[in-house]
Write a protein that binds this ligand. Sequence first.
Ligand code: 8IG
Length: 268
Amino acid sequence: MNDTASSTADLARQAAEKLAELTGVERHDIALVLGSGWLPAVDALGEATAEISTTDLPGFHAAGVVGHSGRIRSLEVAGRRILVFLSRTHFYEGKGVAAVVHPVRTAAAAGCRAIVLTNGCGGLKETFEPGQPVLISDHINLTATSPIEGANFVDLTDLYSPRLRELCREIDPTLDEGVYVQFPGPHYETPAEIGMVRAIGGHLVGMSTTLEAIAAREAGLEVLGISLVTNLAAGISGEPLNHEEVLEAGKAAASRMGDLLGQIVPRI
Ligand code: 8IG
């Protein structure tokens, strides 16, 4: 490990120690990172046994987006200790890639074996409708960066666990899947950029997830990615994109996603 890698690992270990102390939970099993629109679904998962502020832990920054709260919740579902990050640091905040993936590394240091990365995104497939959850089958990272530093050539084949995707489809056979494309943001795409996404094989567009998934794989976590299509991608519907529509789609789809998460988590 080089110096930067060892210091980010140290910071994650310190955060995990403090997390154990503040939640009273020695080790967590599964981490969940919430994207835009997912909070109501997590509220349906059950009562928190502890809830802390991200800023109580070393290495976390204050949350920056309306509809994201900078909190971490610990809860128990079917005997599993679940660690929920109610917000994430986005790449577009300019705090650096290490800040973006710090929750992932903290989750790994806290004992988690699997991570569920959720997001709100734009959808490209003709069949997608706002409020529809879609499994991420693979990704294209257009941020031109990586959370990994140094000559550590991490394999990303089957990054999004085929086992966990299969499990999700057993629970809900109507779930579709797609390739998630991360843009740096914070602006949405132009219609021409959405044309490019289509050409390169993307089905979902957003501003998160891929860097976290890479860090999760590096840390040895099994990754499940689920996107909530909150809007049709730019130029598809003829309507402009806005953040309120995102939050509305989450509310409307909350019970379906809550059911899904509630059934998946005990079986991970
Ligand atoms: I919610 O259409 C949400 N996040 N890049 N494009 C990008 N990010 C998004 C979108 C979208 N919708």
